[in-house]
Design a protein around this ligand. Structure first.
Ligand SMILES: Nc1ncnc2c1ncn2[C@@H]1O[C@H](COP(=O)(O)OP(=O)(O)OP(=O)(O)O)[C@@H](O)[C@H]1O
Ligand SMILES: [Mg+2]
Length: 246
């Protein structure tokens, strides 16, 4: 579905990613973990086509899209849904307007958008909140509205950047229940960045550990606690020595 080949990203004189090679097959569920500022969000933004690789290649469904213009990338991006780390709900739109936005952007008529918005809001447990403003939502409701918006256009790949950050344990497990049910039904490929490793591994089958802009480890989610890389074991157990900053 998506492949990064020896990708490097330099921005503002800093190296944010280095030698990142990663293949995510169609239908896979990949988790991305690692310390703060390691480059996790940059990595998923590269996958979404939002940050161009400085070096290396980005391949989507077998097509090398490296260096494509915004205009040429637009139909490729339309197949990718993204939940941003900072919610990124539009404050000038109500919940229904936010969730339906990707469909409106594609030129769908309002009467075709309405039923799909209601279906998504029901799926994420936000039925009845369609006329609320983003400022009236709790953190968990904002995350769920963001998930509804990221998935409404039936994308083949959905990128979730911290879908549960700042949520209580009960809401967190509800969000992961939702992601599992949604992806069981859609079969869409998922990449999820999360600092909540215990929650994340209930959803993903494989995990990459990002450290200082590189993929330091990749392995199955089920055996993460016994990963051969001591850095990964220490991170997962919360005992990573030294500064966490990448
Ligand atoms: N657009 C940008 N321009 C310059 N530097 C950036 C940009 N985006 C991110 N960075 C830098 O890249 C590094 C990695 O950032 P990134 O947001 O990917 O971290 P992260 O692993 O997602 O961390 P967190 O867990 O805190 O979300 C940071 O040092 C950050 O300051
Ligand atoms: Mg981040």
């Amino acid at each position: 579905m998506i492949e990064l080949v020896d990708v490097g990203v330099e921005l503002g004189g800093a190296t944010l990613l280095r030698g990142v090679s990663l293949a995510v097959p169609a239908g896979a569920r990949l988790g991305v973990i690692g310390p703060a500022a390691a480059g996790k969000s940059v990595l998923v933004k590269v996958m979404a086509g939002l940050i161009p690789p400085t070096t290396g290649r980005l391949i989507i469904d077998g097509t090398d899209v490296t260096g494509w213009s915004e205009e040429k990338l637009a139909p490729v991006r339309a197949r990718i849904g993204m939940l941003f780390q900072n919610y990124a709900l539009y404050d000038f739109l109500d919940v229904a307007g936010n969730v339906g936005f990707p469909l409106a952007q594609r030129g769908l008529a309002a009467d075709a958008i309405g039923p799909r918005v209601l279906e998504r809001l029901r799926a994420v447990g936000l039925a009845g909140s369609e006329f609320k403003q983003p400022s009236q939502l709790s953190g968990g409701m904002k995350k769920r509205a963001g998930i509804a918006r990221a998935t409404i256009a039936a994308p083949e790949l959905v990128l979730y950047d911290e879908p549960t950050a700042g949520l209580d344990p009960v809401t967190t497990s509800k969000v992961y229940d939702l992601l599992r049910a949604d992806h069981d039904a859609s079969g869409a490929t998922a990449v999820a960045v999360s600092s909540d490793v215990a929650g994340l591994v209930t959803f993903v089958t494989d995990v990459v550990f990002v450290y200082r802009g590189q993929i330091a480890y990749q392995g199955p989610a089920a055996t993460l606690a016994d990963a051969p890389d001591p850095l990964v074991r220490q991170f997962v157990s919360g005992a990573l020595d030294g500064p966490l900053e990448a």
